[in-house]
Ligand binder design. Structure first.
Ligand SMILES: Nc1ncnc2c1ncn2[C@@H]1O[C@H](COP(=O)(O)OP(=O)(O)OP(=O)(O)O)[C@@H](O)[C@H]1O
Length: 240
């Protein structure tokens, strides 16, 4: 299945957080969700994966994902949450196996992909924040779903590991529908095919990452910005 179609709204009590957030995502592209703190990016991913119950729809090739039971939904959609410290002392391998529908074969493949297979016997509670983030990504990969959502997948990673993860996402984008919340605009510009800019729970701008302009960033983040070309890479330079 290769096409995700979304239109969701969500409120915490009286407070509306997402208003008619409508977009589609396909295999073959990495879709980045960017936007200021509090814009609703994490809430959007939680709505898509069914942790929160939005109004509207989330459809995978017409299949209504929100209408499925959680265990059933997990066949189609995986989620890498914002990394928090692990609570239970599982080994890396056990932790990845816990991912719904993970089998021995794809646990090994997933751990090899993130470079953590050699460390599979170590306890997750003893990993660094970045290493744990790699294991969270492996757990989602092992689920083998068509859709993979990632909430700031590089936030705890050094630049080398961040690039490694972005290269990994690039290498699997033909197999999976990838939607990633990203704070690093430079990584988003250079790795994402399309970008959605969220502000106050609404889509402020969306389009090809190559079409994102400094004016959009200035408007959304309230900063001054330039996008410069350095050997084919687009780099954001920003100041207040
Ligand atoms: N459990 C909750 N109850 C009430 N309001 C909440 C809850 N969780 C989040 N919010 C509010 O929802 C809004 C959106 O939060 P969300 O975490 O989705 O933003 P975000 O764009 O991911 O932000 P950040 O970039 O800072 O991670 C914020 O105003 C936040 O205060």
């Amino acid at each position: 299945m290769d096409k995700l179609e979304v239109n969701v709204s969500f409120s915490y009590g009286e407070k509306q957080i997402l208003k008619d957030v409508e977009f589609s995502a396909r295999k073959g592209e990495l879709l980045a969700i960017v936007g200021p703190n509090g814009a609703g990016k994490s809430t959007l991913l939680k709505c898509l994966v069914g942790i929160l119950k939005p109004s509207g729809y989330v459809r995978l090739n017409g299949l209504d994902l929100l209408g499925l039971k959680p265990k059933e939904r997990a066949k189609y959609i995986s989620y890498v949450p914002q990394s928090s410290f692990p609570e239970f002392a599982f080994t890396v391998e056990e932790f990845v196996e816990l991912g719904t529908y993970a089998t021995r074969g794809n646990v090994e493949e997933a751990l090899r992909k993130v470079g953590m297979w050699e460390r599979r016997k170590e306890l997750v509670t003893k990993l660094s924040g970045g290493e744990y983030q790699l294991v969270l990504i492996a757990r989602a990969l092992a689920q083998g779903s068509d859709v993979m959502l990632l909430d700031e997948p590089t936030s705890h990673l050094d630049i080398n590991h961040a690039l490694q993860i972005m290269d990994l996402l690039k290498s699997i984008k033909d197999e999976k529908i990838l939607v990633a919340v990203m704070h690093d605009l430079n990584l988003a510009l250079n790795y994402a095919d399309r970008v959605i800019v969220l502000k106050k729970g609404q889509i402020q701008w969306s389009g090809k990452s190559s079409a994102l302009t400094p004016e959009v960033l200035e408007e959304v983040y309230g900063i001054k910005a330039k996008i410069v070309d350095v050997e084919g890479q687009r780099i954001v330079v920003a100041w207040e």
